[in-house]
Design a protein around this ligand. Structure first.
Ligand code: SF4
Length: 288
């Protein structure tokens, strides 16, 4: 007997198929078919979730590791992740977690909420894998966490539809949103996603909550001057006070082109500073 909960965003069809309306992939699923994120499937004409409450990974992290540099700096946040992602990035650094399919002991909400108040933690960061694909759990837990006065942080690729985003935002205190590049071809060919919905998410989220952006720079793929000007300019058009984290790429998962050069990081930082007030570079002090 199945106890997996129903997905909150779905459209059921007369022929027994169902469309997931949580993210812009709009997976249309026949009986037993899994969505692209591998966390939702059609069971008896209804969309159900297979990762509700299945916390695969947790840790107490400095908030700067999310990365968030201008939201409770110097504080710790209890960080949790499950499995699944609605992107499939060639350079994914968390692919073992994202594709995890083993069994996990379930941790009660009470335990998670108690841990979120331990060790000086200010609340819960939904991170490690994409929080959109465990939306229902994030939504339920963030409501409970807020009721206790805790903070909720999303670390996300921003690939979510407007209705679910707006429903969740009242409980979210900060977001780090990846803006992986400023070209549709990069998003579709390297990440299996799309650029426009991510820009829309940044625009909507910035009106409601604290937002910081992360861009992983990969030499030759998203580091052209024109693209960097366009990317930083688009963030500045939303709000020039949105912090941006320029992160240096290292080979991971299916991508093995060489690490990004330091000169590229410096050039990107100079361009970003023409548009944005707070520019941070990351992963530059790792052994060459
Ligand atoms: S959340 Fe998953 S199942 Fe739903 S549309 Fe996106 S990829 Fe498909």
């Amino acid at each position: 007997m199945n106890h997996n909960p129903l997905a909150m965003f779905q459209t059921q069809h007369e022929d027994g198929s169902v469309t997931c309306t949580l993210c812009p992939h709009y997976c249309h699923l026949k009986e037993s078919e899994l969505g692209k994120c591998r966390t939702r499937y059609n069971e008896g004409g209804k969309l159900v979730i297979n990762n509700y409450g299945k916390v695969v990974s947790y840790a107490y992290d400095p908030i700067e590791k999310k990365p968030l540099n201008r939201f409770y700096p110097g504080h710790t946040i209890f960080s949790i992740g499950t499995s699944g992602c609605n992107f499939d990035c060639d350079f994914c650094q968390n692919h073992t977690l994202v594709h995890f399919e083993g069994s996990t002991p379930s941790i009660s909400d009470e335990t998670i909420l108690r841990m979120a108040q331990d060790q000086g933690s200010i609340g819960i960061a939904y991170t490690y894998n994409e929080p959109t694909v465990w939306y229902e759990y994030v939504y339920d837990l963030s409501m409970k966490s807020h009721a206790l006065g805790l903070k909720n942080v999303l670390v996300t690729n921003g690939f979510i539809n407007q209705a679910p985003l707006e429903k969740l935002l009242p409980y979210i205190d900060a977001m780090n949103i990846d803006l992986k590049a400023f070209s549709e071809s990069y998003y579709s060919e390297i990440c299996s996603g799309h650029l426009k919905p991510v820009l829309k998410t940044i625009e909507i989220a910035a009106k409601h909550t604290h937002v910081e952006i992360t861009t992983l720079l990969i030499d030759g793929l998203n580091t052209g001057d024109d693209e960097l000007h366009a990317l930083c300019g688009s963030v500045a058009n939303i709000d020039p006070e949105i912090p941006i984290h320029l992160s240096r790429y290292f080979p991971a998962h299916r991508m093995n082109i060489p690490r990004t050069r330091i000169e590229t990081m410096v050039r990107a930082k100079h361009i970003a500073e023409k548009y944005l007030k707070y520019v941070y570079v990351g992963n530059c002090f790792i052994d060459e």
